[in-house]
Every structure is written in C-alpha cells, then in structure tokens.
Design a protein around this ligand. Structure first.
Ligand code: BG6
Length: 503
C-alpha cells in the first residue's frame, strides 16, 4: 500500500449538531473512519446547536445514532469511549449577533492543548434559512479566515432556484475563498458513482462506443420506497425536482455524459461536468408538458405495507401540489450526444429502492440471422447499479444451446460484493475524509450548482405558475403516473424496470 502523509490535526465543528443529519449520517461516518484508523491522530468534534445539552447528553444522543444508523454496530465499548472523548458540545444560537464567542474560545483551547493551529472544518448542517447567519457568524468571529486551514462544508439544499443559488454563492464568495467551500452532494461519495469514472475512462473498451453512433438512449432511475418521513415541512416546499433532480440526478447525468478530463485534478473534472450542464438543451415553456412529468403519491401498498397518501403525511398541506415523482427527457446539444434522449426519473413510494443508470445501444446495422433465430432478440445494454447490489451488468446476445441457430439474451455481471470482500464505505465517510484531506474533487463548485439550477429553473417556473398543469397522482407502490410512460413512448421507448435482488 502506498504510504500517505499523516493528516494534519483537525477540528470538525458541526453547526446544527442536535439535528438528524449529525446523528444519522455525520457521526456514524466519522465513527467508522475512527474504527478504520483513518482520522488524524489529533482530532476533535465540536457540536454547536441551540438546544441546551451538556457534553454527556450530546454523546449519548450520538451513541444512539451510531447504534441505529451506522453500517457497523457498536461492538466495542472502548472504541466508542475513545471516539466520544473527542466530542464536545456548545449551546449557541447562531442567529443571535452575540453568538460564537464560546466557540471561538473552545477552538483556541483545543489548539493550545495541541500546541499547534489545526485545520478547522465547519459543517453547516442547518436549514436553508440559517445558512447565511451561520456563515456570517464564522466570518464575524474570524475563525474561518485562513484559506490553507479553514474549510466550510455546506449541505443541500443550496438555494431554491437559480436566483437564490446565485445570491448564496455571492454571499459566501464575499466571506470565503471558493477553495474553502465544499458543497456536498452525497451521491458523489457513493462508491458506484465514483466507479462511473473508472468504468468509462480506465477501460479502453467502452469509450469508443460511448456516443450517439452506438447509444440509442440513456435512462437514469432513482427510486425510493420511503415517503417523506419526518421531513414534510421541508419536502412540501421542495419537491422531487429540487430535492433529487437538481443535484443527485444531474450529477449522475454529468458523469455518464462528460468528456474525458485531462487529469484527475478537481477542477479538470468539474470543468467537464459543467460543460455537460451547459450543453443541456433549454426547456421551452410551451413544450414542457411533453418532456417533464410530475406526480404525487396517494394511498397504496409498498413492499406489502399499506401506506398513506402524501397529503395525509405530517406537516404537508392538505391541498399540496408538490411533486413526489418527476420524470424528464433531456437532450445534450453537443457532438457526442446529439439525438440521444436522456430519460431521468425519481420518486418516493415507488415499488422498490433502486438507483441505476441504463445505457441502451442501437440495434446492429444489419441483421442477417433468419427471423426465427431472432425472435427473442434484444438490443445490448449496460446497467450501472448504484444501489442496492452495487455493480454493472451487460446484456449481450448469444446463441442458444442446441442444433438450431437461435439467439437468446444473457447477462454478464460484475458485483462489488462478489468481486471484492472489503465492505463499501458510506458516501459520507468518503466525503468527510476528502474534506479532511482538502480534496474537492467530489464537491460542487459554485458554477456547477448554478448551471444545474439553470437547467431546472424553467421547469420550476412553469410548474409553479400553473400548479394543476400536468399534475397527476399515482398509487403508492407503482412506478409513477402513466404520463411518464407516455413521455418515453412518444419516442417509441419504454422504461426499463429495474431488476432488484435478481441472482
Ligand atoms: C436526499 C434527499 O438528498 O437523498 C432525500 O433529500 C432522499 O429526500 C435521499 O431520500 C436519498 O438518498 P439515498 O442515499 O438513500 O439514495
């Protein structure tokens, strides 16, 4: 294994530390890094939130979070105790102008005890309206001024539309240098998402056929079985387009469609992704109903359980028209992709939880087999499975065994689980370690975020201007409204139904 330099002493300050994100994702991820001995030797976590808690109550809350949500259970008490010793809590109201002094002295005290200036990472795990006050507090205290040592991590949602994202970028740009800002899209930390780059560019097999000449269509599906859970107040103001498409699905699309970067440097990769976003054909307001579909789940049955409809969920308006399903046809106007539709769909309360990218190829240009031989013939496709059962499958045509020439389809499969025995880290583990190392490759640059908003804002505006237009319901446990099928059928295509758990 190559030797890597030891990591600099680091303090992670989680602002909004009493919330769900810290308990469900951030602390379990940091704890797993601790178990894997990946954290710096000198390491501290300071939680900041309004709720009055002492250090012990904070640790206990996080311990519960690790026990419930970590990929590894709390087996060893000593490991948790060692980790917990690095945790402390401060009750501060970041919105108040007097806030932050205790934080500033806590940081100084930790650094004095270590005898050196640490890298400080400020993780803003706060609701959107608190993002600016929290960033302003850091600026006021002067605790995030050193570009080489101090970093700011921002959770989504990053803005509500193009104008608000630009305003937030401008605001942050006045306080910090762009290289200090790490905008998280947790999909980019997923193992299989990162593998798309390796699959496309570390093999010479696929890149020559990765274009309009061979590819007929691309389908990206991110399906969830859960409803809005406890997040009705946030979700009812967001909807699937803001919650999933503007960030996660567009990032997947960028990775599938981008040109090869000239190096692995963060900016070289990010430049190529921005090129894709800029090449997406703008949606014309008059044609939106043909290329964009929205729906909302009503009561139904998911995985054998009866579930309530979206409008019956807590903290959701009873007459809400917020979409819990969205599907789109995108076109990328460049040399490589002209004429290839990219179909994207995502939704809550669908039949199964699955995220995958299906690349479907054209039929061979000349079919010389007798028609009886090709009755069950199907075009080639590559399916990149992001979750669950991470892996890649390729469908090919083969001769069926027997004395006659009959073709059949067969699957060639690569599964992470089978190929590698090592467990896959959670996305937040990868991303947090990258921030600690100062590697921004998997994070969103300001212009990437804005380009993504540029793509979706016309749809948002069209939908918001006429809330009933094109709005339909779907029964929970189905694949969304029929309009999504009609949208692809117009181009004589159909959605590929993901095969989950298939051997
Ligand atoms: C989040 C969304 O960004 O991603 C959630 O806000 C969604 O609504 C979640 O459930 C899905 O992430 P994953 O990793 O479970 O696919």
């Amino acid at each position: 294994m190559p030797q890597t330099a030891p990591l600099a002493p680091t303090i992670v300050v989680i602002i909004g530390a009493a919330g769900d994100l810290a308990r469900r994702k951030l602390i379990p991820a940091l704890y797993n890094l601790h178990l894997d001995r990946q954290l710096p030797e000198r390491f501290a976590i300071v939680g900041v939130a309004r709720r009055p808690l002492d250090d012990d109550a904070f640790r206990e809350r996080l311990r519960d979070g690790v026990a419930s949500f970590s990929r590894r259970t709390l087996t060893e008490e000593t490991s948790w105790q060692q980790f917990a010793a690095a945790l402390s809590y401060l009750s501060e109201d970041v919105v108040s102008p007097a806030s932050g002094l205790a934080l500033s002295s806590r940081l100084t005290a930790i650094e004095q005890a270590w005898g050196q200036r640490a890298n400080r990472i400020y993780y803003l795990a706060v609701p959107p309206e608190m993002m600016e006050p929290a960033a302003a507090m850091l600026q006021r205290l002067g605790v995030c001024r050193d570009c080489a040592h101090d970093r700011l991590v921002i959770e989504k949602p990053f803005g509500r539309d193009l104008a608000s994202a630009q305003a937030l970028n401008r605001f942050l740009g006045e306080l910090f240098v762009e290289s200090q800002i790490y905008r998280i899209d947790h999909y980019l930390g997923k193992e299989t998402v990162q593998n798309i780059l390796a699959f496309r560019f570390a093999n010479s097999l696929f890149e020559p056929i990765w274009n309009r000449r061979y590819i007929d269509q691309v389908q990206i599906t991110v399906a969830e079985t859960v409803g809005v859970e406890e997040r009705g107040d946030y979700y009812d103001r967001a909807g699937a387009l803001r919650d999933m498409v503007q960030n996660h699905l567009l990032q997947l699309l960028c990775l599938v469609a981008m040109e090869p970067p000239i190096s692995f440097a963060a900016d070289d990769i990010r430049n190529k992704k921005v090129d894709v976003l800029r090449a997406i054909r703008p949606f014309h307001p008059d044609a939106i109903h043909r290329v964009a579909v929205r729906g909302q789940y009503r009561r139904g049955t998911v995985l054998g359980q009866e579930v309530r409809g979206y409008r019956e969920e807590p903290k959701v308006a009873q007459d809400s028209t917020t979409e819990t399903f969205a599907a789109f046809t995108f076109h990328i106007d460049n040399w490589r992709w002209q004429g290839v539709p990219f179909y994207l769909r995502t939704g809550k309360r669908l039949p199964t939880k699955v995220s995958e990218i299906a690349v479907l190829f054209h039929e061979p240009p000349h079919q010389f087999f007798p028609s009886a031989a090709v009755e069950s013939w199907q075009p080639n496709r590559i399916v990149i499975r992001i979750q669950p059962e991470e892996g890649i499958g390729t469908r090919i045509q083969v001769k069926q065994p027997g004395t006659r020439m009959l073709l059949g389809t067969a699957e060639m499969r690569f599964r992470y689980r089978d190929a590698f025995r090592t467990p896959t880290p959670e996305a937040y583990e990868t991303l947090l370690l990258d921030v600690i190392r100062g590697d921004a490759t998997l994070f969103m640059r300001a212009d990437q975020i804005e380009s993504a908003w540029q793509v979706v804002t016309p749809i948002l505006e069209a939908w918001e201007s006429v809330p009933a237009a094109g709005f339909s319901e779907y029964a929970a446990g189905t694949w969304g409204p029929e309009a999504a099928d009609l949208m692809v059928a117009r181009q004589r295509h159909s959605w590929l139904q993901p095969s989950v758990g298939e051997e």
